[in-house]
Design a protein around this ligand. Sequence first.
Ligand SMILES: Nc1nc2c(ncn2[C@@H]2O[C@H](COP(=O)(O)OP(=O)(O)O)[C@@H](O)[C@H]2O)c(=O)[nH]1
Ligand SMILES: [Mg+2]
Length: 181
Amino acid sequence: MKVLLMGHPNVGKSVFFNRLTGAKVTESNYPGTTIDYTEGWMRIMDKEVQVVDVPGTFSLDPKDKAEEVAVKMLRESKDAVIVCVIDSSKIERSLYLALEIMEEGYPMVIALNMWDIARDKNIQVDVEKLEGILGVPVLPTIAVSGEGMRELVSRIEEAKKGNIQMILKNAEGMENEADHR
Ligand SMILES: Nc1nc2c(ncn2[C@@H]2O[C@H](COP(=O)(O)OP(=O)(O)O)[C@@H](O)[C@H]2O)c(=O)[nH]1
Ligand SMILES: [Mg+2]
């Protein structure tokens, strides 16, 4: 299994990466480019999992070399689980990328990072509702303190299993909503 950390620039992907991985990280240029990325390893349920700090991108329609590399890395990793890191204080702008990646069929966990900043700005996010709408696990995180990251990791495995529970839960929710109409 492989985990790709993806998201806009400056959302905390590299802080996330450093917290998830140990000392054995390698930095390389993507073949044929000057764009660098970092790879490392983490343990999930007794398994060594490769983690990649993918260059930041705003969409899957690349606008520069770094975005091109990000999209290539995604498309080359068909079996990856994506941790989509989002700045909690700018959610609307970030969901587009998450939806694009989900649309390509990748299992995903969403990290609502910089939760502390959103809280300070009085931005309130209904995490459960967002989870229900998107059908993927959504976790508030503060990468600089590590808050929420353990739970996020525990749900990577769940995402990989195809989110069956989530899909069932959503289907149930939709039925209930239909009943009330
Ligand atoms: N307050 C706060 N700052 C964060 C958090 N996560 C990352 N940062 C800071 O945001 C900046 C960008 O983080 P970085 O990991 O380099 O972003 P990247 O471009 O996505 O890799 C750095 O100054 C981090 O220390 C967070 O959850 N809360
Ligand atoms: Mg970075």
